[in-house]
Design a protein around this ligand. Sequence first.
Ligand SMILES: *Cc1c(COP(=O)(O)O)cnc(C)c1O
Length: 450
Amino acid sequence: MERTKFILDEKEMPTHWYNIQADLPEPLPPLLHPGTKEPTRLPPPLFPEALNEQEFSQERWIEIPEEVQAIYRTWRPTLLHRAYRLEKALDTPAKIFFKYEGTSQAGSHKPNTAVAQAYYVKKEGFKRIATETGAGQWGSALSMGAMFFGLECKVYMVKVSYNQKPYRRILMETWGAKCVPSPSPDTKVGRDILARDPDCPGSLGIAISEALEDAFARDDTKYSIGSVVNHVLLHQTIVGEETRKQMEMADAYPDIIVGNIGGGSNFAGQFLPWIRDKISGAKPDLRIICVEPQACPSLTKGPYTWDYGDVAGLAPILKMYTLGHTFIPSPIHAGGLRYHGMAPIICHLYKLGLVEARAEYQVPVFEAGVKFARTEGIITAPEPCHNIKVAIDEALRCREAGEAKTILIAHSGHGHFDLAAYDEYLSGRLQDYEYPEEKVKEALASLPKV
Ligand SMILES: *Cc1c(COP(=O)(O)O)cnc(C)c1O
């Protein structure tokens, strides 16, 4: 009998995060200060010192603090599955594996960094943490992380998701956090936007600006970000490091790794531990495919340039593929993929030709999600449905070519709070959004002058 899932014992959980900066063929571009446009650290009042160090560290391995490991062990190691039923349904010779992060208490990969960030905030003596959230996954993960370390937590949630997904707010409140719809009247950024456009659906960029303003204003508060920056991608590498051990148990090595990219953290957490084999020349043919929505295609359509991480221009300026910090994407269900830019690490690797990118429409993406539910049983969040779509395309290509490739899907979370989106799909009401070329052109006109 062949094995369906690959189980690591708690004792085999990796004890170190992997820092890709030690192995990059060229160093990352610097962060620029939003005022002076000079290279800068992360703004010290916003972030714990330990995270600022991790952001720029060149150490290859960074030890996971014992207190963080102890909380990781409440749900980690997560399982690696072989998707036999999906393979059979596709009649493909490809071997399909997926690493499933939906079994954390919050239902996604996000607690991997939320727990670490809350730990450092507490350790450095602060009491409160402020953040933004898109679809609510990050806000709920941080609420849980803050709970474990006894911190207060304030979450600014993108209004369109706040209204579409009340259950995530209830999760946050159950874990003890305070959650408000963004733009909110609690900050100047929010009040200004509401004055111009009371019906503004919000965006991740706006919510980031509100959380930054909150944290700048209070001495007892640190800011926390769920994706994009280097230290977040670092914390997520526990996922890929576990998967490497599990693929070894399966006696397999991936030809293709596929994942969705919103800010880029979950997929980077899976592929960074593998890409070092491509950089070193050991696995030159390894393909890494980043999947984004057609409604917000930063890698596939945006220019590689300097842009603010947030709408108000309070955050550092990053070198990234961007649609412009003032761009507000259509309200697709994959709320976690509605960010105007992309993690600088992923942009750098894309520029160097080490990763590929593809953009998908949401109707075929949900079609793939339903196929996955009807074969593997798991109801998938809209974000990882994107990579399942591409994995299926690749598996069908293997069928045409008669090639038994090994495909690894980075499965970032379950869709139990996204059932309204499945309902829309199943009843034929779900619509695709075209790439909004005019809106992007407009947003690109307000890039910072560097
Ligand atoms: C937040 C989220 C994403 C997108 O964020 P990344 O930082 O790109 O990983 C993807 N999948 C799930 C389930 C999420 O919660």
